[in-house]
Design a protein around this ligand. Structure first.
Ligand code: F3S
Length: 293
């Protein structure tokens, strides 16, 4: 069986940068070193970082002072201020694309626009962006929520970087039909769209798809859903040992992709294991494996 990797898969620029900054901090800084929340949504990488000495904290008040890494999702400015006031050294690994969304939201708010953030209101990135408007921004998840907003004469729209373009467009269309001036800043990140397009293209060409990434990773779950839409059987796993040989029975080509928080070493491990399992299937044969006696 041939295993094909999607042309774009795994770590995006912002996650790469955050991990590199974290490892540089370990090399150059004395402990304790913390990350405010898990640095990325991948348990294997978080475990690796813990081995290197990076402890995940949710509350900064109660831990001894040290160095605090801000993850790629970013945080609200008040939290940054508080962290520094408490005496932490801050390593800001906020993705530059998220920073751009924060800055635009802040500028729109300062210029008198009602900021509307299109995204998941519980997501830390969205909470951070709202913080950059002093808590004034309104979050809408979709067109239906946008249709329930009161009239605002001047509106400024930004999006969570991982939103689908279609959702932003639907919300904007709704706002334009009901509000006064509507200024739109497209803050969606191409990395996500590129990974989704590459996954869907590959899923249409293969007999089975495997998507690798944290079970809690929203962008990995989204990739899995998209691949399933193509009609190709698709499996979401975190590591190679979760693969099952029967998934590949009778397959000649399998596709492999990974969420934006999956490191290359896990993708390589999964690819190797898929090749091994398919060889085993060919040697053992389906019937012998079903009836081993
Ligand atoms: Fe940044 Fe885009 Fe990744 S916003 S963290 S490069 S998905």
């Amino acid at each position: 069986m041939e295993v094909r990797l999607a042309t774009k898969a795994g770590f995006c620029f912002g996650v790469h940068r955050a991990i590199d900054l974290a490892l540089k901090t370990v090399r150059e800084t004395a402990p304790p070193i913390y990350s405010l929340g898990p640095l990325i949504h991948n348990p294997q990488v978080v475990a690796y970082l813990a081995e290197q000495g990076i402890e995940v904290v949710e509350e900064i008040e109660r831990v001894p002072r040290g160095t605090l890494i801000i993850r790629s999702h970013g945080v609200e400015p008040k939290l940054l201020e508080k962290t520094r006031e408490l005496g932490f050294t801050v390593v800001d690994a906020t993705c530059p694309f998220v920073k751009r969304a924060q800055r635009l939201a802040c500028d729109l708010n300062d210029s008198g626009h009602q900021v509307i953030v299109v995204g998941d209101r519980k997501h830390p990135e969205v909470r951070g962006i709202v913080g950059w408007t002093n808590g004034q921004a309104v979050v809408v998840e979709d067109r239906v929520e946008a249709s329930a907003l009161p009239f605002y004469p001047r509106v400024g729209v930004v999006a969570q970087t991982t939103q689908p373009h279609a959702n932003l467009e639907a919300v904007v269309e709704e706002l334009k039909s009901r509000m006064g001036e509507v200024l739109v800043c497209d803050t969606i990140c191409n990395a996500v769209v590129e990974r989704q397009n590459a996954a869907l293209t590959l899923a249409r060409q293969v007999d089975v798809m495997v998507v690798v990434g944290g079970i809690d990773s929203a962008n990995t779950r989204k990739l899995t859903g998209l691949c399933r839409l193509s009609g190709t059987p698709t499996y979401h796993i975190e590591t190679g040992d979760q693969l099952q040989s029967e998934w590949f029975r009778g397959c000649t080509v399998a596709g492999l992709t990974a969420g934006a928080s999956t490191p290359d070493w896990i993708i390589e491990e999964v690819k190797r294991r898929m090749e091994e399992l398919s060889e085993k299937e060919e040697v053992v044969g389906p019937e012998e494996e079903v009836n081993p006696e």
